[in-house]
Design a protein around this ligand. Structure first.
Ligand code: MFK
Length: 550
């Protein structure tokens, strides 16, 4: 028998995750951590089972049946096994309920669960993100009737009463530019609002409810005239109420997620608040789903690195295991350092979110959260694509073969940069948040990295100074400011991540663990400043019709 390579084995996603364990141990009171351990263990066990199942059984995808055998329009969607298991896993382990448990630590406790569940969930975490966001937006709206109606379902601990919510924003003219929404809200003779229009990307069309943007009939154009509505998609018999599913999308990745194009034709709807400024009303949902996006991006990285690391101990070439080869070891270490930076920034956002929601934050932390949320989302998405791609390469040709389960990780990672606002849209959102200036970020960095004269402190402060200097230079010219936004966003994200890694290094040193310090050194060595930008004139020469200028 010729040589047969052994497959990579997944380490225990919770017990063997040094970064998660250290973070939770330093963030949560020990009694709370002990209380959640059984859920974390169970979710990690589920992840191991799901990976094993994924490797042994052919993949399936959702199937839409629009008509039954007798000619009735039914629009039924058959889901994959992981999706069928979703309500039970979610409610049994309080994945969503934990985030609304009335404690400043609730969001960390929620997102630790999400981190462990996400890859195994086959993107069931997408509708969970939207459901969490809907619960948050309804709570913020203060609409008592809707809160009492929907939140017991969204946050249920019983699969029989659990509901998912969609987030219906995207239309053909307005993916990013939501102000171009064409869906119309019209009142019928009884005064019931009804929605008419087409939603072009309904991520969780299986949801029992959704928050939807629509323009009340007769309202003017633009963003400010949009209203936010709460809808329930099915009647008591389970039939759709004024919703037809035109088709499921064929996507690059997230194949298990039933993303649909839908038509709304008289779907009953309830205004969430006043009949304008719907984007302002849905913003709490966006900020929560953007945090989920970051957590899930980090979870994808953790999975890819765990598999690549294990494989490096099993695969030999040129007479040595990959892990013992200097260049391979350096590649893995670089991936690990970027992942640790991304993890730290993301879980810091989770921690801030919990504190701000419960009014237990320092004065500067509300503005800090507003700034770090888009930064974490946009930067982790890009790091995830890069790290997962590198991880596939660690397997050589095997990383390109479908039934290893590896290519799926890369295809799925590509969505993080698109969902919930592209990198550029999020960079522009950062500019909104920066109207409060860099002071909140400076204060956070000063607290994390005391002024001790070390080169690390100097590097972090120098990156902040450089970003602030560029902001000052371009502030007066909107085009230059926008063109610089991505570089500034990456620089600020890396700077905050570095500051957090330096704190983790101190945590590690206290227990004799040298790995966090190694990660922070490596992360800093890769540089924080991503500002180097050409001027706008070069942009238009190169981005436009380059051939004509030659
Ligand atoms: C597994 C991972 C799970 C992830 C979830 C997966 C779900 C995927 C489903 C989707 O992807 S749904 C599609 C998501 N679409 C977007 O995210 C839209 C992208 N476009 C934007 O983000 C635009 O910036 C936005 C539509 C929000 C606003 O653009 P505009 O039309 O230029 O609005 P404008 O006038 O600047 O802002 C309107 C108001 O909202 C302003 O407040 P005021 O009315 O008080 O002035 C803004 O300050 C406020 N606002 C906007 N973004 C905000 C915000 N407030 C707080 N936080 C924000 N992020």
């Amino acid at each position: 028998m010729s040589f047969v390579q052994s497959a990579p084995r997944l380490a225990h996603p919770y017990r063997d995750d040094r970064v998660l364990n250290a973070w939770l141990a330093h963030t949560l009171p020990s009694a709370r951590l002990e209380a959640m351990r059984p859920d974390l263990d169970a979710l990690a066990d589920y992840a191991l089972m799901a990976w094993d199942r994924r490797c042994r059984t052919p993949r399936t995808e959702p199937v839409l049946t629009q008509w039954d055998a007798w000619g009735s329009r039914v629009d039924r969607i058959a889901l994959t096994p992981a999706w069928e298991e979703g309500p039970d896993i979610t409610t049994r382990h309080a994945v969503l309920a934990a985030g609304h448990a009335g404690s400043p630590w609730a969001r960390v406790e929620e997102f630790a669960r999400v981190y462990l569940y996400h890859v195994a969930s086959e993107f069931y975490c997408c509708p969970l993100a939207m459901t969490d966001g809907a619960a948050t937006a309804l709570h913020a709206s203060g609409n008592r009737a809707l809160i009492e109606r929907a939140l017991p379902h969204f946050l249920s601990r019983d699969p029989a009463t659990f509901w998912l919510s969609g987030q219906w924003m995207t239309e053909t003219p307005g993916g990013s530019d939501v102000g171009r929404t064409e869906t119309v809200a019209r009142q019928d003779a009884e005064g019931q609002w009804r929605l008419y229009g087409r939603k072009w990307f309904s991520s969780a069309v299986v949801g029992e409810a959704a928050l939807a943007l629509a323009r009340p009939e007769g309202a003017g154009n633009g963003t400010a005239t949009l209203a936010l509505f709460y809808v329930e998609t099915k009647d008591e018999t389970g039939a759709w109420r004024g919703v037809t599913i035109d088709r499921l999308k064929k996507k690059l990745g997230t194949h298990e997620l039933p993303t649909a194009e839908i038509h709304l034709d008289g779907l009953p709807a309830t205004p969430v608040g006043p009949l304008d400024h719907g984007v302002r009303q849905i913003a709490p949902m966006l900020n929560v789903t953007r945090t989920w996006n970051a957590v899930c991006a980090v979870a994808s990285m953790a999975r890819a690195i765990a598999l690549a690391r294990d494989y490096a101990t099993r695969r030999s070439a040129f007479g040595a295991r990959l892990i013992d080869q200097p260049l391979h070891a350096r590649t893995l270490a670089d991936m690990q350092a970027e992942y640790e930076g991304a993890f730290s920034l993301t879980f810091h956002v989770a921690e801030l979110l919990g504190r701000v929601e419960h009014g237990e934050h320092a004065t500067h932390e509300a503005a800090l959260l507003r700034l770090l949320t888009p930064l974490a989302k946009l930067w982790t998405a890009k790091v995830s694509i890069r790290v997962v791609s590198e991880a596939l390469e660690c397997f050589g040709g095997a990383g390109y073969i479908e039934d290893t389960g590896l290519p799926q990780l890369l295809r799925d990672a590509q969505v993080y940069a698109i969902w919930e606002g592209t990198t550029n849209v999020l960079s522009l959102d950062m500019l909104r948040a920066l109207s409060a200036g860099l002071a909140p970020l400076r204060q956070a960095v000063d607290e994390l990295v005391p002024d001790d004269g070390t080169p690390a402190r100097h590097t972090v402060v120098a990156a902040l100074d450089a970003a602030e200097a560029l902001l000052g230079e371009v502030a007066a010219d909107r085009a230059s400011l926008e063109a610089s936004a991505r570089g500034i966003a990456f620089t600020l994200a890396r700077t905050m991540a570095a500051a957090l890694l330096l704190r983790s290094a101190r945590w590690g040193a206290a227990t004799g663990d040298l790995r966090p310090a190694a990660a922070s050194r490596r992360f800093l060595a890769r540089g924080l400043d991503r500002l180097a930008l050409p001027d706008n004139e070069d942009d238009s020469l190169l981005a436009g019709d380059g051939a004509a200028a030659m």
